[in-house]
Design a binder for this molecule. Structure first.
Ligand code: PEP
Length: 260
């Protein structure tokens, strides 16, 4: 890993925790992580929309150095899109990172690469950072298509996105068969795929930009497997679902360096 790539460990709460529960978890987590941890690792919390304002207030009032994250947004700034939230609304609440193309959104809500592409452009225009999620199904992996699928997702989602807007961009490689299943890719397979993500990005842009790209691994990351995954040369952090709902577990993942 090069000097400039700080690991980014992101907690995806999915549709869990009301705003009271959110306060409790953020506070527990802030007690469980140390100054050394936040000096070494960036931490983002991707909370449900109803928790965003509450968590923003807690982070700012208590000066907790975690980044506020969202799980989704629309690509338009405003308009007749009942039920949707715009990038500018999130930016106004100091949201720093927004997930784009999470497999649950792709599979359950019909989010496709074209929508991801529009969202990435809108999130960048609103001065936040997208975290683009890519990954293959088990059938695609078994058919030897994992690299092809991930390549086409990255190419389509970044269509027309200018290099100068992509400094420090984040892509989360999440094999779909490993999300919420307890099955994790081996560290070697995760490293191979994350290296592949970086190569695809380098081919689309250039090696300098690819060197600053942060590639997260996601899929049943837990305290027990975090160190092995996160010390791979092309893995620059983790996108964590289930384990991010438990302050002690998530803190242990953030502290993966101590387990080395
Ligand atoms: C996720 O939500 O992106 C995820 C990887 O979930 P889990 O860690 O529960 O597999």
């Amino acid at each position: 890993m090069t000097e400039q790539r700080r690991p980014l460990i992101s907690g995806n709460w999915k549709m869990n925790l009301n705003h009271f529960e959110a306060i409790k978890l953020v506070q527990e987590l802030s007690y469980a992580v140390s100054r050394d941890d936040v000096d070494a690792v960036d931490i983002s919390l991707h909370v449900p929309f109803t928790d965003v304002r509450t968590v923003q207030t807690v982070l700012e009032a208590d000066k907790i150095p975690f980044f506020l994250g969202a799980q989704h947004c629309h690509f338009e700034a405003s308009g007749a899109f009942t039920g949707e939230i715009s990038p500018t609304m999130l930016a106004k609440l100091n949201v720093a990172y927004v997930l784009v193309g999470h497999s649950e959104r792709r599979q359950l809500f019909g989010e496709d690469d074209e929508m991801c592409n529009a969202k990435i452009k809108a999130i960048i225009a609103a001065e936040m950072k997208p975290i683009l999620c890519v990954g293959e199904t088990l059938e695609e992996r078994d058919a030897g298509e994992a690299e092809t699928i991930v390549t086409s997702q990255i190419e389509a989602c970044l269509q027309g996105v200018k290099a100068e807007t992509l400094e420090g961009f984040v892509i989360a490689y999440e094999p779909i068969w490993a999300i919420g299943t307890g099955k994790t890719a081996t560290a070697a397979d995760a490293q191979d795929m994350c290296a592949h993500v970086r190569r695809v990005f380098a081919k689309l842009y250039n090696t300098e930009l690819a060197d600053s790209l942060r590639v997260q691994y996601g899929g049943s990351v837990k305290p027990a497997n975090a160190a092995e995954l996160l010390t791979q040369p092309d893995i620059d952090g983790a996108l964590v679902g289930g384990a991010s709902l438990d302050a002690a577990h998530f803190a242990k993942i953030i502290q993966y360096r101590l387990a080395e």
